[in-house]
Design a protein around this ligand. Sequence first.
Ligand SMILES: Cc1cc2nc3c(=O)[nH]c(=O)nc-3n(C[C@H](O)[C@H](O)[C@H](O)COP(=O)(O)O)c2cc1C
Length: 210
Amino acid sequence: MKILGIVGSKRKNGNTYSLVQEALRVAQEEGATTKLIILGDYSIKDCTGCEGCKDTYKCVINDDMQKIYPLLLEADGIILGSPTYFYNISADMKAFIDRCYCFEVFAEDDRSCWLSINEALGGKYAAVIAVCEQQDEKDMGFTPKAMSKPLEALGYRVVDTVKVFNLFKAGEALKDNKSLEHASKAGERLVRTIKLKKDVETKIKELKIG
Ligand SMILES: Cc1cc2nc3c(=O)[nH]c(=O)nc-3n(C[C@H](O)[C@H](O)[C@H](O)COP(=O)(O)O)c2cc1C
C-alpha cells in the first residue's frame, strides 16, 4: 500500500511539513510505503483551462506536475497539508489541485453529469491537514474545505481532517503533542481504512457477491 504526503508550504521543516511527516511516520508503522513531496520543490504552472486534457485524462502542460501525476495514480491514499494563507490554502496547493482537473470527466452532452477517473478506478482515500497561526477556527477560513471538497470531487473519501491552530514559527508543531497526535491518528486511520477496503474486496470475491 502506498501513501503520498503532499506539502503546500515552502517552509522546509515548517509546521505543515512536520505534521504531514508525522502522519506518514505512523502510516509507515502501520505497514504502508510512504513518500513525501513538497510542492515548492516542483515547478507547477497554473491550469490554463484549455480543456486539452479531456480526451486523454492527461494534462498537456509539460512541467513538473508530470512527475507528480504517476505518484498520484499509484498511491492508494494521499495526505494534503497546507498552511492557512489569508483564510485559504497556499498558492502552491491551489495550483496543484487545479492541475488535477485532468482527472475529471464530464458527459459530452451534459456537464452536470461528471465523475473522476479515481471513481472509475474504484475510489481512493485521503486525509487533510490545515495549519494556522490564530486560535479561532474562523481565522483558518476555507483552508480545510479548500482541500477536502476538491478531493471528494476527485474521487477520494476524506477519512480525517486535522485542523491545527496556534502554530506560527517553523518547527513549533514538533513541540505540540496534541497536533502531532491528531496528525498521527490521521495517518493511522488512512492506512486502516485502505486495509479494510482490501479485506472487504477479498471477502466479496469469496462470498461471490456482485
Ligand atoms: C501569506 C501568509 C498569510 C497567512 N494568513 C493566515 C491567516 O489567514 N490565518 C492564520 O491563522 N494564519 C495565517 N498565516 C500564518 C501561517 O498559517 C502559520 O504561520 C503556519 O504555521 C505556517 O505553516 P508552515 O510552517 O507550514 O509554513 C499566514 C502566513 C502567511 C505567510
